[in-house]
Design a protein around this ligand. Structure first.
Ligand code: PEP
Ligand code: MG
Length: 540
């Protein structure tokens, strides 16, 4: 039994088998082999296994994002079935009498170079497919555990660190708990764990060489502890605690269908934050009154190319229809900083949190933005959709958005495509936006305060940096005063204002927020009923 402590980012108890996720960091080594047949057999077995993984990924993508999103995995399978590619790998093993991983690595590089040098754009793009399939084969040959999405049974995931893209790619039904060596409480990976209600620990000093896939682990998100190979007593206590938790959740059931109104008669709307269409079910299950933040950029993560207008339209339409008339606030893509996808080619930046992210990308590359706006406007006829823009710092940005929005509407009009122009708001998550919130309030329909970034930018504390985590204090007076100021400015101009940052879910502040006049709190789905109980107990 081995017990280790860390920082909890989501409460709860998880008990189950471990899957260790390791990144391929070691370069592949060339080794002379004596048993050529064994290497040939190994590469054939790896190809079968890779084929199975690709089928699973294809199936998952087909269900979640549709045919066009799934096509990439079919392309990878084609590489695997390509006789020239596999023939070349086998020839190299035989000819050079080298290990299979080396033969795959060299063949992959060689084929990728040939594709990259072609004139045709489609063929050029195949270079990435060859590289991907080669990496997959090497990972299997090197005996590393399944990467991202291929987790075969509900498991506790143990990793050095997880990016939001890697987390999004995992099948949430199969994640019992998350344990990482690095990471920060305010990162988007932690936010995802909270949205999905998965017990999660970060900063756990696990030696990934000692922990093996298949071991058992108990994650205690209350204590911030993980126990590997627990004894019977630890398992019994974990099961008991898990039962207690379930009982608490059962008790919250009585809050379903109740109004979110204080004993003194003041109403506040309790919405849910989501990152994907499948999270809508959690929002409904927890009786959220709407979706206050759909982090649409998660549709862009964990994939190889931009989601098309059609894919996005389907996602937004489904969310709106499932919410059946309740509000769904779609935040336009907030890429950059910790949310990276290779195909955006964002490049390396010294200070990514202060760099090319959020609305800045949309305004500099309107061709990306327009596709999303078209999809949202088209979906808006199927439900109660609103749009919200992230990372606003200036009036000029809002005016530019209005221009682009106008052009997109004219375009749809000219093409005879049905659409509706929804309510539009902005996130208040920079100190600049707070200070000019009186002017901004005159340009938009609502505000939603993003306390995660507002804290980062106001206190000059990188929300991703573990070293300064102790300085990240969203309860700081400066933040609370800013929230108050924003509420006053919004109301002075007849606009409503919500909080969609993590602070909105803090029950210690619910009373203060209600007193300030905050109109809406948007929180992780699992927090909605708890907050409703809190609100109903308040005298305000
Ligand atoms: C925020 O900054 O508070 C917010 C809600 O947006 P995100 O956490 O996605 O940056
Ligand atoms: Mg933000």
């Amino acid at each position: 039994m081995m017990r280790l402590g860390g920082k909890s980012v989501q409460n709860g108890i998880a008990l189950g088998p471990v899957v260790v996720l390791k990144r391929q960091t070691e370069p592949v080594r060339r080794e002379k082999v004596s048993d050529v047949e064994a290497e040939l057999e190994a590469v054939r077995t790896a190809a079968v296994r890779a084929g199975e993984e690709l089928w699973e990924l294809y199936d998952k993508a087909l269900r979640e994002v549709g045919e066009s999103g799934a096509a990439i995995f079919e392309a990878h399978r084609m590489v695997l079935l390509d006789e020239e590619y596999m023939g070349s790998v086998c020839d190299r093993i035989r000819g050079d009498r080298v290990n299979a991983s080396w033969a795959v690595a060299v063949t992959g590089e060689h084929f990728a170079e040939i594709f990259a040098g072609m004139d045709d754009d489609y063929m050029k793009a195949r270079a990435a497919d060859v590289k991907d399939i080669s990496n997959r084969l090497i990972r299997i040959l090197e005996g590393d555990s399944e990467e991202d999405a291929v987790i075969r049974e509900p498991s506790v995931i143990v990793a050095d660190d997880l990016s939001p893209g890697e987390t999004v790619r995992m099948d949430r039904e199969k994640i019992l708990g998350l344990v990482t060596v690095h990471g920060s409480i305010n990162s988007h990976t932690a936010i995802l764990a909270r949205t999905m209600n998965i017990p999660a620990l970060i900063g756990v000093p696990v030696n990934l060489e000692e922990i093996r896939t298949g071991m058992t682990a108990v994650v205690d998100g209350f204590k911030g502890e993980v126990t590997f190979e627990p004894d019977e007593e630890t398992c019994r206590l974990a099961q008991e605690k898990r039962e207690e938790e379930r009982e608490k959740i059962r008790l919250l059931e009585e809050m379903k269908g109740q109004e979110s109104v204080t004993a003194g008669g003041k109403r506040i709307r309790l919405y849910a934050n989501i990152g994907s269409v499948s999270d809508v079910e959690d929002a409904l299950e927890n009786d959220a009154e709407g979706i206050g933040l759909f982090r649409s950029e998660f549709l862009y993560l964990g994939r190889e190319s931009f989601p098309t207008e059609e894919e996005q339209f389907q996602a937004y339409r489904q969310a709106a229809q499932r919410m059946a008339g309740k509000k769904v606030i779609i935040r336009t893509l907030d890429m950059g900083a910790d949310k990276q996808a290779d195909y955006f080619n964002l490049g390396k930046e010294e200070n990514p949190a202060l760099g090319y992210r959020g609305i800045r990308i949309c305004l500099k590359q309107p061709e990306i933005f327009r596709v999303q706006l078209r999809a949202i406007l088209r979906a808006a006829i199927f439900g109660n959709i609103s749009i919200m823009y992230p990372m606003i710092t200036a009036v000029e940005e809002v005016l530019q958005i209005c221009e682009i929005m106008k052009e997109v509407q004219e375009e749809l009009e000219a093409e005879g495509i049905p659409y509706r122009c929804p309510e539009q708001g902005i996130m208040i998550e920079t100190p600049a936006a707070v200070m000019i919130s009186d002017e901004l309030a005159q340009l938009v329909d609502f505000f939603s305060i993003g306390t995660n970034d507002l804290t980062q930018y106001t206190l000059a504390v990188d929300r991703q940096n573990e070293k300064v985590a102790d300085f990240y204090n969203p309860h700081h007076k400066a933040i609370l005063r800013m929230i108050e100021m924003v509420v006053e400015n919004a109301h002075r101009h007849g606009k409503w204002v919500g909080i969609c940052g993590e602070l909105g879910a803090d029950p210690e502040l619910t009373e203060e927020f209600v007193r300030m006049g905050v109109d809406e709190l948007s929180v992780a789905p699992a927090m909605v009923l708890q907050l409703r109980r809190k609100v109903r107990e308040l005298e305000v």
